[in-house]
Design a protein around this ligand. Structure first.
Ligand SMILES: [Zn+2]
Length: 343
């Protein structure tokens, strides 16, 4: 751990979680194993960092937060605290699997004993990536907990963990904040003019929204959306546009595309004030919604969702984009039979 984020206050939507953890710490009821869950971008790791530092700091403040100055905090800043261990998928390896050897190192009794007389904290990142042998090995550690050792499993998909592992952990779910909580926070941390749109593009997860802006994805989205509109109006060749889209991975582009179609269908539904994901594109979306047959739009959205679900498809992304954009262009040509019915 080499950041100072552990001396910051909890994020606004972490308050309830933080108070639960602090109460458990103060009453001596912290579990031996904590399973911190929640969707990507809600700050699970940040909360775990805050807790780890609070447990290791020699002089936490009145809110239970690490002081940032004591010897323990200094060791944490330097990434050399002997009682703080972070493990997770091997970043050098192609697969993101957590293998048994990684977990076995924990079973070494020395790894589980505090060296500096306080707590020992072990953070297991992306716990859902443990293979079966690794999970079985972890189970042994969970069955024989060491006193004053906290094992924090950070996990986006707890359903992928064996029930035997889950049942031995206390689960703490980090929520998606309300827009009323997230938007003011996002406005403080981003220069984007439209924080609400940024948040909706990130499915409500504020840290994911920040990453979208920082990775320059907003301008790529704007470029892809222009192509989407121009292909519909017949001024842009779908095959040429597919080459442009191919700069972007399907996981991201299909998510955008699904959002645009969902908004078009919301606008076509005749609701007087629909809540849109892409509020910043409302003028173009309104124009498109006037000429798109909603049944054709529904079929098209289903095809996008199928492609998105099939993330391990062997179809290359360029072919996928060409196919989707050609169908999109044909969706607006009244003279052609509707392409969707041809499959
Ligand atoms: Zn301290």
């Amino acid at each position: 751990m080499r950041t100072r984020s552990h001396v910051e206050a909890p994020l606004p939507w972490h308050e309830t979680c933080w108070n639960t953890l602090r109460g458990a710490k103060e009453s001596g009821h912290l579990p031996h194993a904590l399973l911190v869950t929640g969707p990507p971008g809600v700050g699970k790791r940040r909360l775990v960092t805050l807790l780890s530092c609070s447990l290791l700091c020699a002089k936490p403040d009145g809110r239970g937060l690490a002081c940032g100055h004591c010897r323990e905090c200094e060791l944490l800043f330097a990434g050399t605290h002997p009682d703080y261990i972070e493990i997770g998928p091997d970043l050098e390896s192609k697969s993101s699997e957590i293998k048994v050897d990684t977990i076995r190192r924990l079973a070494d009794s020395d790894a589980l004993t505090a060296h500096r007389g306080g707590f020992k904290v072990i953070v297991l990142d992306s716990a859902q990536n443990m293979n079966l042998s690794a999970a079985n090995s972890l189970l042994k550690t969970l069955e024989e907990p060491s006193p004053d050792t906290l094992l924090c499993l950070v996990c986006e998909q707890p359903g992928r963990l064996p029930a035997t592992v889950r049942s031995r952990c206390q689960e703490l779910r980090v929520p998606i904040p309300s827009e009323a909580q997230a938007i003011p926070w996002l406005q403080q941390h981003t220069s984007a003019a439209d924080a609400a749109t940024l948040l909706r593009l990130a499915h409500g997860a504020p840290l994911k929204a920040l990453a979208l802006e920082n990775d320059g994805l907003l301008s790529l989205r704007a470029r892809a959306f222009t192509g989407f509109v121009e292909v519909a109006s017949g001024v842009r060749d779908p095959i040429a546009e597919a080459t442009e889209w191919n700069r972007q991975a399907p996981a991201i582009l299909l998510d955008w595309l699904a959002g645009w179609l969902s908004d078009l269908l919301r606008l076509a539904s005749g609701h007087p004030a629909p809540v849109l994901i892409n509020q910043d594109k409302i003028a173009d979306l309104r124009n498109l919604a006037e000429t798109l047959d909603p049944r054709v739009g529904h079929h098209y959205l289903m095809q996008i969702l199928e492609a998105r679900a099939d993330e391990h498809s062997s179809l290359n992304s360029l072919l996928l984009y060409e196919s989707l954009l050609v169908k999109w262009a044909r969706s607006f040509r009244k003279s052609d039979p509707p392409i969707m019915q041809r499959g």
